[in-house]
Design a protein around this ligand. Structure first.
Ligand SMILES: [Zn+2]
Length: 130
């Protein structure tokens, strides 16, 4: 999967541990915001109130490695891989493509084709019940 800063990803959690996507043993699904994008992996913000096992605190060295602004020093992040991510949702403010309003698939370079400025992909327009 391709991740970009600002995307939302959803992960299974149990207690203070992230649970692999394939596991049925989880308590809830939480939303995280991608701060560093990538292919097959990404780095997400961990809210201060969520004490997740394996989280990292952003140090000056990490900020430099990932090209992040200094004001994020001390914030908590977590490195995710595809196997941790249940699903992701592109940031609709990104201008070089759009996610389908119905199935949420992302289409690079797509333009809005609905009256309200959203995109509905060809497959969803053909079969509204998919
Ligand atoms: Zn669609």
């Amino acid at each position: 999967m391709e991740y970009r800063p600002g995307d939302r990803v959803y992960c299974k959690v149990r207690g203070v541990a992230l649970v692999p996507r394939a596991s049925a043993d989880f308590a809830s699904v939480l939303e995280f915001e991608v701060v560093v994008g990538g292919t097959g992996q990404c780095v997400v913000f961990v809210p201060p109130y969520f004490n997740i096992d394996g989280r990292l605190v952003l140090t000056p060295g990490k900020l430099e490695e990932w090209g992040l602004p200094d004001q994020l020093q001390g914030a908590c992040v977590y490195e995710l891989e595809d196997g941790d991510v249940v699903r992701s949702r592109g940031n609709l403010q990104v201008t070089d493509g759009l996610a389908c309003v119905q199935c949420e698939e992302f289409f690079p370079m797509a333009e809005p084709n609905q009256a309200d400025g959203t995109l509905k992909c060809f497959a969803c327009r053909q079969s509204p019940y998919r």
